[in-house]
Design a protein around this ligand. Structure first.
Ligand code: SF4
Ligand code: SF4
Length: 369
């Protein structure tokens, strides 16, 4: 028998406990959680083994595991855990520590992990926007019809936001590649399927949110998740659509309410708002097994809610023709959009790429059902 050297990392245990996994030590390894988890594959059940790894501080095993990302945080396991060890919350805390530790550059992960740094994170684009608009003499309430591009021209928006998307995208991709290498190193490269077919399968499953439907008592999370996901997707599409209108059709903002672009944008904003409100309501409703949520989760939920509210108010105030409120509201909304883009790879939203990566790897290695 080969000898295995186990190197526990006690500071990692403390980090998990501090990030919402404070019930970790209650686990006595009965495995009820792995039995009730309908998302876990039969040939690789979780989360019992993750609870053991976390208790022992086996950081490397946890952080190279695709399973922590296959978990959909439904908390069926938490409901049935006889010890109140709340495995759903422990896995959520592990994911949070993973996002922080795997961040590129690491300083961004550290900033995003501390909710008290949120205001400072918003202060950076605030100053950047003030300087940009101040130097170009646009920092005032503009006369006449409210047109946001008089205040923040499309070219400025693109220069600032495309740079932000580009940098965040490169950093995110580098983090996902590092995660893939970690999984391959820790779990092997015995692939039974190619990357492309596995990725397409994973993508279809992800888009349909089919795994969420397997969750039991907390199945309504699927609806909330879909509203937020499709709300963001719709807003991303309409942002690209505006650019196409601007450059290829010379159609400028404000876009008429009767335009299909506006329908998609407004429906997407409504979906995101309903999803964000339900996210709050679900967390506040104490069913006894719903994830308590860490400050990391709450920061994300608050930012999403503010993003929606300011976006909707930006449109309503413009339609009501109240210029002195419209331009400041637009400014605040742009700040939140910038924050969401730049901190995407370090926030709760980062789970989208990590889950897709883990799902693809699991399909390639046949470690999923
Ligand atoms: S987390 Fe709870 S259900 Fe799972 S093994 Fe530990 S005690 Fe049992
Ligand atoms: S939270 Fe849900 S998906 Fe995650 S381990 Fe528990 S039962 Fe499984």
């Amino acid at each position: 028998m080969t000898e295995q050297v186990i190197i526990p990392d006690l500071s990692f245990v403390k980090d998990i406990i501090a990030s919402g996994g404070d019930t970790l030590k209650k686990c006595f390894q009965c495995a009820a959680c792995s039995v009730v988890c309908s998302v876990a594959p039969d040939n690789r059940p979780f989360p019992r083994k993750e609870m053991l790894y976390a208790q022992w501080g086996l950081k490397d095993r946890l952080l190279s595991s695709p399973d922590i990302w296959l978990c959909h945080n439904c908390n069926d396991c938490t409901k049935y855990c006889p010890r109140g060890a709340r495995p759903g919350d422990v896995l959520s805390a592990i994911r949070q520590k993973f996002i922080e530790g795997n961040s590129i550059p690491s300083i961004m992960g550290k900033i995003a992990a501390q909710p008290k740094m949120t205001l400072l994170s918003l202060a950076i684009p605030f100053i950047l926007f003030l300087v940009l608009l101040g130097l170009t003499d646009r920092l005032h309430i503009h006369e006449g019809e409210i047109v946001y591009s008089k205040f923040f021209p499309i070219q400025y928006i693109e220069a600032v936001f495309i740079s932000a998307v580009g940098l965040a995208g490169i950093a995110y991709l580098a983090s996902l590649v590092r995660f893939w290498k970690g999984m391959s190193k820790g779990n092997g490269k015995a692939y039974s399927k190619g990357f492309a077919p596995a990725f397409i399968e994973a993508l279809i499953e992800f888009v349909k949110h089919s795994r969420f439907s397997k969750c039991g008592p907390n199945a309504d999370r699927r609806i909330v998740h879909m509203l937020v996901f499709y709300g963001f997707a719709g807003l991303f599409i309409t942002t690209t659509w505006v650019t196409i209108y601007y450059y290829f059709f010379k159609k400028y903002t404000p876009i008429l309410l009767s335009d299909p672009l506006k329908w998609v944008a407004n429906i997407s904003a409504a979906a995101l708002l309903i999803g964000a409100v339900l996210l709050f309501v679900n967390r506040l409703k104490d069913k006894g097994f719903v994830s308590k949520g860490s400050s990391f989760d709450w920061t994300f939920a608050i930012i999403i809610l503010l993003l929606c509210i300011t976006g909707i108010l930006t449109e309503l105030i413009r339609l009501a023709d109240i210029a002195f409120l419209a331009y400041p509201m637009y400014f605040i909304h742009l700040l939140l959009v910038f924050y969401t883009i730049v901190y995407f790879p370090y926030s709760k939203l980062a789970h989208i790429g990590y889950r897709m990566t883990a799902l693809t790897y699991s399909k390639m290695t046949n470690k999923e059902f």
